[in-house]
Structure formats: structure tokens, C-alpha cells
Design a protein around this ligand. Sequence first.
Ligand SMILES: *[C@@H]1O[C@H](CO)[C@@H](O)[C@H](O)[C@H]1NC(C)=O
Ligand SMILES: *[C@@H]1O[C@H](CO)[C@@H](O)[C@H](O)[C@H]1NC(C)=O
Length: 442
Amino acid sequence: MAQFLVFIAFFCILLVNASYGLIVDENSVSVASTNPTLAEEQEFIQLTGKTGPDEAATCGQLIESRGFEYEAHYVTTEDGYILQNFRIINRYARESGKKLKPILLLHPLFGSCSVWMFNSPGGHIKPWINGHPPEDNSAELAFLLANLGYDVWMINVRGTSYSTNHTHLNPKDPEFWDYSFYEIGIYDVTATVEYIKKETGFETIIIVGYSQGTIQLLIQMSAIPGYDKNYDLVILITPIGFLGDKSGTVGALPIPLLRQLFSLRNGPVPPMSAITAGSLAALCERPLLTPVCISISGGLLGFDPQQMNVSRTYVYASLLDRTSNKNLLHYLQFIETDHLRYFDYGEDKNYELYGSAEPPEFPFYKMNPKKLVFISGLNDQLATPINVQNLRNSLCDRVDTDHVITDPYFNHGDIVIAKDAFPYINDIVVRSIEEKILHDEL
Ligand SMILES: *[C@@H]1O[C@H](CO)[C@@H](O)[C@H](O)[C@H]1NC(C)=O
Ligand SMILES: *[C@@H]1O[C@H](CO)[C@@H](O)[C@H](O)[C@H]1NC(C)=O
């Protein structure tokens, strides 16, 4: 019942948005500010009177507030999208003179670089001792890895508030929004990996995906055979190669209604993300309305209430980001076919594009499972145990490391906001990386 109300609320927001048509936030194509949408949202939040630290903060602001420095790197994809990616600079690590291994973090749907940093007010930079990294147990994966001496890069995929520019398409035109996680995997991830290799001189990098980040990697590595030679390790947190298990969140979605809504026209969802996220944040800031706020976010993503810092939900809400309607349509197709396939354009165009009436499945068996690390949860409502098992079964061998989170209540959204994100997730990520590096050095 609660979930039903949540979806009603969410659809109302979508419908209001849809009736406004194709609206990208004012000035959101300017690269002068690192994020015009968040600048607008900060102004909007000022109007409602309340603000807290980290609320609607840009990734640059989050990084600097913890004592690190940052670089914004503009990466142009083969199909013309201009991404604004972030790199964390740790001056202690730089002073040590060590060559820092690059790690690229791929954010989930409706997220951006900030998901790797917004968990708690912690994650501050720590000095190095005699040229060695400090002990750290930050709940924010990006800050933890930066403290431990890794060269941390974070992507912002096309269409997010950071990456709304293109060499020849205007974000105000529908053509700009004609993409799904397929193009993101093939173009955005690949261009960013190549850019990092060139910038750092490393031949191989470590890559970490969470939720949609894992979809992008599964698509990239199976559709571009051999591309995994660029990765030392591919860490898939809540791996999603199958999405048909109706026992989870997807079973409650009114698919036909959503399909109609997302088919209206190509454009951003939500169209006015600054106002939408700002309003949600304002709602979550009011203690009386916190339960409503939690059920909206919990109904969609799934959180373990025990793991949630309730007084911080407004920060998470304020940093929700946007995607394209076509991406959401591809998700609906994914839910219906269970296995991840190319976008379904209908029989005629499918024949033209793929030479078959049905779109082909991505050939997961072509990936090298020995590079893969799975981290999954028993109570995950999207990467459910059944969906993850189907993915295991579709590979040609066992994955290198297959970690199941020991807390039986750990849910999909807890990965980046759980109070215990360090012991349950971040520590596992770090150990997998250290084992790999140690193994390669022997
Ligand atoms: C978008 O990127 C292009 C190419 O780098 C740049 O010249 C232009 O200033 C950017 N657009 C805006 C509106 O800032
Ligand atoms: C919970 O959030 C509040 C508000 O941001 C913060 O002051 C507090 O330190 C947080 N607690 C934890 C355990 O992160």
C-alpha cells in the first residue's frame, strides 16, 4: 500500500513535468559554472528558507569541503557529447611521489558524481605518515579511496546536470535526449577510460560500477569484445544483467502507464530537475514530512531503515539527477524481457538495425569473468538474488570474487547511504583491489 502511494506521488511529479514539455533547466548548457542546475537549485532552496551543509552541493564543493582538491575534465565522446568528469586530488598522496593507480567510479540512474561522496558529513582528508597512506574507514567510497592513495575519477554520464553539452546538438532539442544506457556504456564509459589512460599514462585502470553503472559495464564489455583488457578489475556493486524478477520493486511498476508517459517525446526526466530535487529536499527537511520523504525514496530504490540517517535524507534528495525518457523506456523493455538486450524499435526498424525482428541479447558469455567482482545483497529489490543468479548463469565461468553482503537487510539504495557502508561495502571494495594489486605484483 505504502509503495502504491509512493508511485502515485512519483507519477504526479512526472505528469506535471511532462505537461511542461521539453524543459531543460535555464542556462544548463553553460560550462562557465560547473553545474548551472545545482546553482539554480541552491537559489530555489534559499527561497524556502532552510539550507544545510552538502545540500545541493556540486561535486567540486563536496570535494573541497573535505579538504581535498579537484580537477574537472571535459571528455568528448565519439558521438559528440561533452562530459564533465571529476578527479579528486589528494595533496598528501601527491607529495609522497607515488604513482597513483586510477580508479573510475560509475554512478547509478538519477545520480551523479555526488553519490560517491554524500553519505555522511565525514570523509575528510588525512595526512600521510612517512610517505604511507593513513588508516581510513570513511563511509564515502570516493574519499576512502582517495585517502588510501588511489587516483579517483568520477564520471557524469550524458544528460546529467554536469554533462549537458554537445559538439553540435542543442540540449533543448529532442535529438540530444535520444540515448539510453546502451550509448552511455559504449560511448561515455569508453571515452572516459581512454581519456584517463592518456592523462595518467596507465595502460589499465580499475573500474567500479553501481546499479546502472554495472549495466553500462556489462554492455560495454560484451558488445566490445576484448575491451576488458583495459581493466585490472571490474567491480560490479549490485550487478544488473537481468531485471525480470517481479518479487522486487519492478513487480509494483505500472509498466503500460509508464511506457505511455515516457513515449511522449524525447527529453529529460525529470525535465525541471532543479525544481523537482529542490522541492523534494525541502519536503525531506521538515521532520513532520520525513516519513513521506523516506517512503518516496524507499519505495523507488529500497533502503533498510536501520541503515538510514534520517536527518540527512534532504541531502540525498537535493542531489537527485536526471536522465532521458528513452533510457527509462529501455529499462521497461529490460524488465519485460528479463535479459539485457539492444533497444527494441519495433519489427521494421529492428530488421534494419539488427537484421532480426527481435533485438539481440548482449552476449555476456564473451566477457572475461576472471576480471569481475560481484557485490550483491540478499534484500536488494532491484539486483535481487534471482536476478544476480541469472547473471552468474549467463557467464562462461565463475567470477573472480563473488561477495554477498552479510547484513540480510541490506537493500539497493543502502550501498551509498548506509551508516555501515564501510564494513559492508567499501571495505570489501578496498580488499578486492588490494588482493588484485598484491597478486599482480607477485
Ligand atoms: C559546449 O561545448 C562547446 C565545445 O567545447 C563549447 O564551445 C561551448 O562553449 C559549450 N556550450 C556552452 C553553451 O557553454
Ligand atoms: C546524520 O546526519 C546529520 C545531518 O547531516 C549529521 O550531523 C550526523 O553526523 C549524521 N550521522 C552519521 C552517523 O553520519
